[in-house]
Design a protein around this ligand. Structure first.
Ligand code: GDP
Ligand code: MN
Length: 385
């Protein structure tokens, strides 16, 4: 889960990282009032979950409250790489002397977090990594020891940070690692961390990604999720306890188990590729496959107007196929649709399961024995639609 800039910075502040004390607005009038109360130049910033807002015109300086209102009017509703701006952050403007980069992420190869720092801040760090990798200084962090003082000093020396700023830099780097570790983050980034004309360090931008699998123990962070900006289906799926990712094909896949779900997507792509047919989604209904879960999955799949066929692929292991079949029958009677449904049900008690399904007379149901047969039938059903 990615946090907005304002959420990331508010979190940074709890860990002692200095940030500009801005406020969030949803209307140009609000932006004007905030700017007026700040009594000085401000920066109006689009709050969208994507980078490069500056280049896209989503970050603008305003000298007066009137100007802030105009910028807010221009930015609100703007489309930045497919993200519509619904909120803006109005920050007191910083007098920037230099822009640095400071970020922490997991280095999977090294199996530990890595903190990265550069004097080439402000721009895309991946770009710096491509064109001038020597400008990025790195220190791997032993999770048992934490980020050590000597490592922070090595970073400061590596970017030739002026000595009077080291004290502040030490606090910020230590704060950022504490924030990263405490939040179960996969990314905590300050770009730019600026040196102001007044000789202070300030986190002008902030970006945090939290590991979804750790959100159960961070209720406060989980509440920060901005459901207004994510696809409605994904919100619904999460509430029903399903893992769902929307894709752009026509075959709505309903599968138990993530590995089988991926194999199912691969097979539909394989047989559909020549005709431009593929999976409409990734969906793992989990182990139980109770009627309620299947019905919720069905509603989510059917909400996508591109779906022309449903492929239900169930492998009964601990879950018995007859149980799954009952769930499926109940779900299909609750959520009715004329869309063809290809059902493959194998594993424990598959005979009983299949008999139940056949006896239920579900309209437009096609059965299949193997995954490749099921995928081919689903592709054919889309072609016939
Ligand atoms: P991003 O483009 O999405 O990464 O958004 P940032 O928050 O990093 O802003 C982009 C750029 O706008 C920064 O690199 C700065 O050069 C500039 N900027 C942001 N805030 C301020 C500010 O308070 N004062 C000044 N002078 N420039 C700013
Ligand atoms: Mn930035």
């Amino acid at each position: 889960m990615n946090l907005h800039e304002y959420q990331s910075k508010f979190l940074f502040e709890e860990f002692g990282i200095p940030i500009p004390h801005g406020k969030v607005a949803e209307t140009p009038q609000e932006a004007r009032q905030i700017a007026k109360a700040m009594n000085g130049p401000v920066v109006v910033k689009a709050q969208v979950l994507t980078g490069g807002r500056g280049k896209a015109g989503g970050v603008r300086l305003a000298a007066t409250p009137e100007e802030a209102e105009q910028h807010a009017k221009a930015i609100l509703g703007m489309d930045i790489r497919g993200h519509t701006v619904q909120k803006i952050l109005v920050d007191p403007a910083a007098n920037i002397k230099q822009e640095l980069y400071l970020g922490i992420t997991n280095d999977r190869t090294a199996r530990r977090p890595v903190i990265m720092c550069s004097a080439e801040g402000g721009m895309d760090i991946e770009e710096v990594n491509r064109t001038k990798p020597e400008a990025i200084v790195r220190e791997h962090i032993d999770p048992l020891l934490g980020l050590c003082g000597f490592q922070i000093n090595a970073l400061a020396a590596g970017i030739e940070l002026p000595y009077p700023l080291w004290r502040q830099f030490q606090r910020i780097a230590a704060g950022l690692y504490a924030c990263y570790a405490d939040s179960d983050a996969t990314l905590a980034e300050i770009n730019p961390l600026v040196v102001t004309e007044e000789g202070e360090l300030l986190a002008v931008d902030g970006k945090m990604s939290i590991d979804d699998n750790a959100l159960f123990r961070h209720r406060d962070l989980a509440e920060m999720r901005d459901v207004a900006v994510e696809p409605a289906e994904e919100t619904q799926a999460r509430k029903a306890g399903l893992s769902y990712v929307k894709l752009d094909g026509q075959i709505g896949c309903m599968v138990n188990g993530a590995g089988l779900a991926m194999a199912t997507m691969d097979m539909t792509s394989l047989y559909g590729e020549a005709d431009g047919i593929g999976p409409a989604n990734f969906l793992d209904i989990g182990g139980g496959a109770e009627a309620e879960t299947v019905a919720a999955a069905l509603r989510i799949i059917l909400a996508d107007p591109h779906v022309k066929a449903i492929l239900l692929n169930i492998f009964g292991g601990i879950t018995r196929c007859d149980e799954v079949a009952r769930g499926v029958i109940e779900a299909f009677s609750e959520v009715q649709t004329d869309i063809p449904k290809v059902v493959r049900l194998v594993g424990t008690n598959e005979e009983e399961g299949r008999q139940l399904l056949e006896g239920a007379n579900i309209p437009h149901m096609i059965t299949a024995m193997t995954l490749s047969e099921a995928a081919q039938k689903a592709v054919a059903a889309v072609k016939g639609a």
